[in-house]
Ligand binder design. Structure first.
Ligand SMILES: *Cc1c(COP(=O)(O)O)cnc(C)c1O
Length: 428
């Protein structure tokens, strides 16, 4: 495939945008080469500026769960846009989408809309701190909750359990309030809670991790977290920015039958427009301004175009009883097919999958946390990525990302993809 125009556009972009992109992973630093510029997309396919067609397994990192340029969403946005694009005043559609979200998701009474997953998680933690009167939070290594300061913390070397910033600009003062645990390690969480007498406001987790590849929670892990939170007056925050409205109507809470205290949303909830949200029971949400003292606001929050897109998307998902099963079946089919051809080509691999989230790791051990995810053969992944691209398949340009399956994919597309893996496997 030829990427002449994409390369030229990237060169232009680099002159006026840092690294040529508005979000770092797009720059292909993890795989080498230069990014592809998209011209348009429809259903399961991307069309780039050089006229190549690619089958898309990223789908804007999740939102396009029913495919690109999905007609009901596009219609809803166009109709709204004609009536004004922002007012900074209440509109009826905000209540409509809130009612629908509250009816679909277990254990929430109220929801507040923001503009991104980052904002949702940042606000959820502030609310948890305000509600509990405590300062510290526990997060899991390798889980991503957006780019606000408290979350940009990784384990330092040595025995310290206190976080150190992994981006300049995050202060030590902020970092010291973020404690790190390992995904699926409940004893580690117990130790952190025991050593920090009653200072922990919340534990925030991706109930299925999706930002270090796809990593399912071990059996009973989330239940055990719930119990620890209950015993210690800690709020449990499920960051369902990725899993919400994807794994089930009610997200991971429904799938695993566990109630979190605050739930964060993003991605699918906006139908491809910039939307995030956080939700909880009344007793927690009533702490939020203007009802309560915890401040949170946004000029464009609840924006009519964004709400129209989100409402159209949620309506589709709510009205289609079989969509989540269909997505899971397609993903299982892909999993089985890829597994088979990789094995036939003697390529060591592990595939993780939950619902319509799937990731391929070039390592034979189980991938259960950040450390095991990081063991994968990255050179092999880079080759795999570029090989797949050459076959017309777009997967995430990083070994630490999940593939997001869209309902627009046909079984023909999946067979094409499996055969592409077969061809690429021969070159690895
Ligand atoms: C994408 C993501 C975020 C951040 O959302 P943005 O809209 O990119 O700010 C937060 N949490 C999880 C689990 C995500 O996957």
């Amino acid at each position: 495939m030829i990427y002449q125009r994409s390369s030229a556009l990237f060169e232009e972009a680099e002159k006026v945008i840092p690294g040529g992109v508005n979000s770092p992973v797009r720059a292909f630093k993890g795989v080498g080469g230069t990014p592809i510029f998209v011209k348009e997309a429809k259903g399961a396919y991307l069309y780039d500026e050089d006229g190549n067609r690619l089958i898309d397994f990223i789908n804007s990192w999740g939102p396009m769960i029913l495919g690109h340029a999905f007609e009901p969403v596009v219609e809803a946005v166009i109709n709204k846009a004609k009536k004004g694009t922002s007012f900074g005043m209440p509109t009826e559609i905000e209540t409509k989408i809130a009612e629908l979200a509250v009816s679909m998701v277990p254990n929430i009474d109220k929801i507040r809309f923001v503009n991104s997953g980052t904002e949702a998680c940042m606000s959820a933690v502030r609310l948890a701190r305000g509600f509990t009167g405590k300062d510290k939070i526990i997060k899991f290594k390798g889980c991503y909750h957006g780019h606000s300061d408290s979350f940009l913390i990784q384990a330092g070397s040595g025995a310290s359990t206190f976080g150190v910033p992994n981006s300049p600009g995050v202060t030590q003062g902020t970092a010291k309030d973020t404690l790190l645990a390992s995904y699926n390690d409940i004893e580690g969480v117990r130790k952190l809670v025991a050593s920090d007498q009653n200072e922990i406001a919340c534990i925030i987790i991706e109930p299925v991790a999706g930002n270090m590849g796809c990593i399912p929670p071990h059996d009973r892990f989330l239940q055990a977290l719930r119990a620890i939170c209950d015993e210690n007056d800690i709020l449990l925050i499920f960051d369902e920015v990725m899993t919400g409205f994807r794994l089930a109507k009610g997200g991971a809470q429904e799938l695993f039958n566990i109630n979190a205290d605050i739930i964060c949303f993003g991605k699918v909830i906006g139908g491809g427009l910039p939307v995030g949200a956080f939700a909880a029971r009344n007793e927690i949400m009533n702490h939020l301004a203007p009802l309560g003292p915890v401040y949170q606001a946004g000029t464009l929050s609840g924006n009519p175009l964004a709400m129209a897109a989100g409402l159209a998307m949620l309506n589709e998902l709510n009205n289609d009883e079989s969509v989540f099963n269909r997505l899971a079946e397609k993903t299982t089919y892909l999993h089985d097919g890829i597994s088979k051809v990789l094995a036939e080509n003697n390529i060591i691999h592990t595939i993780n999958r939950v619902g319509s989230m799937i990731s391929v790791h070039f390592d034979e051990g189980k991938v259960v946390d950040f450390d095991t995810a990081a063991k994968g053969n990255n050179d092999r992944f880079k080759k795999f990525f570029h090989g797949m691209l050459n076959q017309g398949i777009y997967i995430a340009p990083s070994a630490f990302e999940t593939w997001f399956i869209t309902d627009a994919l046909t079984y023909g597309d999946l067979d094409f993809t499996i055969e592409a893996v077969n061809q690429v496997a021969k070159t690895l």
